[in-house]
Structures are given as structure tokens and as C-alpha cells.
Design a protein around this ligand. Structure first.
Ligand code: AHG
Ligand code: MN
Ligand code: MN
Length: 364
């Protein structure tokens, strides 16, 4: 709690708590918009007074990359027009497919932070080792640079997903193995959704916060503080074209939702961009499922840079995320690009799903 005693204020500031200072500024300047940079910095300061600011600096690399991708997504429809003369744009640069562009933007923005030891991307077969010394390169960032890229040509929302880990056990012979940590060890996770507006949603384990990009000032502004996923929703989201090969319990579950047995009339929504489908689920509640299918017997979505960050956000917002049996965040990964089934959503719909799964198990 703040007190007006100047000595106490000084002590708190020495310990890294600048709450009083921020209050003085606010009183003088009036209420201002809170930017993502400010929010990240203040959260770190108040929760970890000894923090060096390095982690905030790392996160600002992600917001910068998000803005670069947002700008490129906004002109996606113009690429063919601008690039018609041999795929070279008016600046004389070669046109990039958006997922290549997004990957490069992230690698560039994060690679220059000076504290990222390892980066791993959906677009690269192997992790990129930047700093072998774990003392210097103490963070690992894993990302899906452009999620839902098949939607880009038809002007439908896409996103960027990221997960940040601390480098804990270093295997000097194979530092790439440091990436293989269960999701419970993430220290931050989030996404940027390039939709009707561009939004950043992130967590550092202290709730989920959403920011909308204000293009007039080029900053992400706090628009959705402390997001809570509704306890229950009325939407389910799944690629039903695959339903014939879903596990029996998923088919029965979906049938149950559609029958309106529990008094709720459900509607279905499926965009085909995980980020966009999850963003809706986070704000409106309900459930998103990508169960095992005939084509993807182990699920389609990637554990490390799709399911894990989404699961951390879901749990931090009061929801649940599993592979149908166990918490996503408890899974010990064995490969960078490994896939998993993903079921994520509100408490009510998730509990119902697990009841169905239990009932379908052979007795005895
Ligand atoms: P990506 O574009 O990064 O490869 O991810 C696509 C993923 C995910 O965004 C989405 O939930 C899923 O693929 C959709 O798959 P289906 O087309 O099989 O439904
Ligand atoms: Mn993806
Ligand atoms: Mn992708």
C-alpha cells in the first residue's frame, strides 16, 4: 500500500516499486492510455522488484514484430498489384509470402535483443542457437509466425503465436534440447491476432491482458485488462468435416451439444485460424476442439508453439485446455514440431467433454 511518507516512498522506489511515481504522473497528466510496453514494464516492476528490465525488452521485440506483420497483412491484397513486375515491389524489394515475411520479422526483432539464446519457429526445421552461454542467452522463444495462413488470400483473420521459456537445463552437446520443456514452464505466452483490428493478448502468469493496436499512434493500447473466459458459453468450434474419424466420445459430445439436452442451444463457429478461433472462445466462452482424425491420428496442432501458449492463456483466464486426457501444459515434449489433440474452452464445456471421455472408457 502506498503511504505519503517520503522516506517510505524512497524505500519502495529503491526496491523497484514505482507505484507512487506513476500515481504522481497520473495525477498531473490525467488518465492516459496504457500501452503494452508500459503495462509489461509495470507488471514486471511490481511483481519482480529486482527485475533488470531484460524481459520487458524481450517482449517489446515481439510487439515490434507484431506491428511489422500487421502492416504487411494490411497490404496483403496489394501484393500482386505491387509485385506484378517480377514480384518486386515499389521499393525494389522482393515480395515475400506472408509467413516467410512474418518469420523473418520475428527472427530479426528477437534476434537482436541480446538475451534470447534460442529461437524456434514453425517455419524452421531446427531451433536456432543464438547464444550458447545460458547466462547470456537465458530466454527461449518458440513461435508460429503466421497462424491460419491459408486464410490470408480470402481476407480472414490470421495471427502470430508465441511462447517464452527460461533456459533451465543446458545440454552443452545439444542445446536445442533446452526447447523441450512442458508448457507449465512457460514464463510468458500470447498471440497477436490480425483481424478487424490488430490485438495483442498476453500473459506472464498474472492474468491475461489484451491490447488493441491504435494505428494513429502505432502503439498497442490496453483495451481488455484481466480477461476472464466465461464459465460457460454457447458456441462450439471444430472442423466437422472430420467428424467421422473423431474418437467416439467426441462425436457423442458434439451430438449432445447439438441436441440441446442441457438446455443450451449451441451454435457452431469455425474460422480455421487457431488464433482467431481461440480469441473468440476466450472472450465469449464455449469450446474449441481439434481432436485426432484419420489424417492426423495424433492431432494436427503443434504442441510447443500452438497448444502450449493457447493453454497457458486459457488457464490464466480461468478456462481449461487438454488433449482429451491430460492437461496440455503437463505434456513433456519429445520433439520440436510434435503435434497434439487440443480441446480448450470454458469450464462447463470442458468438464462435460471429460465426462463423455470417462464414460466411453471400457469398464472393468
Ligand atoms: P498454420 O497456418 O500455422 O499452419 O496453422 C493452421 C492450423 C490452425 O490455425 C487451425 O486451427 C488449423 O490449422 C485448421 O486446420 P483444418 O483446416 O484442418 O481445420
Ligand atoms: Mn498455426
Ligand atoms: Mn503457421
Amino acid at each position: 500500500m502506498s503511504s505519503t511518507d517520503p522516506a517510505a516512498t524512497r524505500d519502495r522506489q529503491d526496491a523497484g516499486d514505482f507505484t507512487d511515481l506513476f500515481k504522481v504522473v497520473e495525477d498531473a497528466a490525467g488518465p492516459q492510455q496504457v500501452t503494452a510496453a508500459q503495462h509489461i514494464f509495470e507488471q514486471q516492476r511490481s511483481r519482480f522488484p529486482q527485475a533488470t528490465g531484460e524481459f520487458s525488452w524481450l517482449l517489446s521485440g515481439l510487439t515490434l514484430a507484431g506491428k511489422m506483420v500487421a502492416a504487411e497483412v494490411r497490404r496483403a491484397g496489394l501484393v500482386d498489384i505491387l509485385g506484378s513486375a517480377g514480384q518486386v515491389n515499389v521499393q525494389g524489394e522482393e515480395q515475400q509470402k506472408l509467413d516467410v515475411f512474418a518469420n523473418r520479422a520475428l527472427l530479426h526483432c528477437l534476434g537482436h535483443r541480446g538475451n534470447v539464446g534460442i529461437m524456434a519457429s514453425e517455419e524452421n526445421d531446427d531451433p536456432l542457437i543464438l547464444l550458447k552461454d545460458p547466462e547470456r542467452g537465458k530466454y527461449i522463444v518458440v513461435f508460429d509466425p503466421l497462424d491460419g495462413s491459408s486464410n490470408i488470400d480470402v481476407n480472414v483473420s490470421v495471427g502470430t503465436i508465441f511462447s517464452i521459456l527460461r533456459r533451465e537445463e543446458t545440454n552443452p552437446d545439444n542445446p536445442a534440447d533446452d526447447v523441450l520443456q512442458p508448457g507449465d514452464r512457460q514464463i510468458a505466452a500470447g498471440y497477436v491476432v490480425y483481424g478487424s483490428s490488430t490485438m495483442l493478448v498476453y500473459t506472464t502468469g498474472n492474468g491475461v491482458h489484451g491490447f488493441t493496436l491504435d494505428p494513429s499512434i502505432g502503439a498497442f493500447v490496453l483495451s481488455h485488462p484481466s480477461i476472464r473466459m466465461p464459465e460457460r458459453g454457447n458456441l462450439y468450434s471444430v472442423n466437422e468435416a472430420n467428424a467421422d474419424s473423431f474418437p467416439e466420445y467426441c462425436r457423442r459430445y458434439l451430438h449432445g451439444l447439438k441436441s440441446g439436452r442441457d438446455g443450451t442451444v449451441y451454435s457452431s463457429r469455425y474460422i480455421g485460424s487457431l488464433v482467431a478461433d481461440f480469441h473468440r472462445t476466450l472472450l465469449k466462452g464455449g469450446i474449441f476442439l481439434y481432436p485426432p482424425t484419420a489424417q492426423y491420428a495424433g492431432g494436427k496442432l503443434r504442441l510447443l508453439y500452438e497448444a502450449n501458449p493457447i493453454a497457458m492463456l486459457a488457464e490464466q483466464a480461468g478456462g481449461k485446455a487438454t488433449d482429451g486426457e491430460q492437461r496440455i501444459l503437463a505434456i513433456q515434449p519429445t520433439e520440436l514440431h510434435q503435434r497434439t489433440p487440443l480441446m480448450v474452452g470454458s469450464h462447463y464445456e470442458m468438464d462435460l467433454l471429460h465426462e463423455c471421455a470417462e464414460l466411453s472408457k471400457p469398464r472393468g
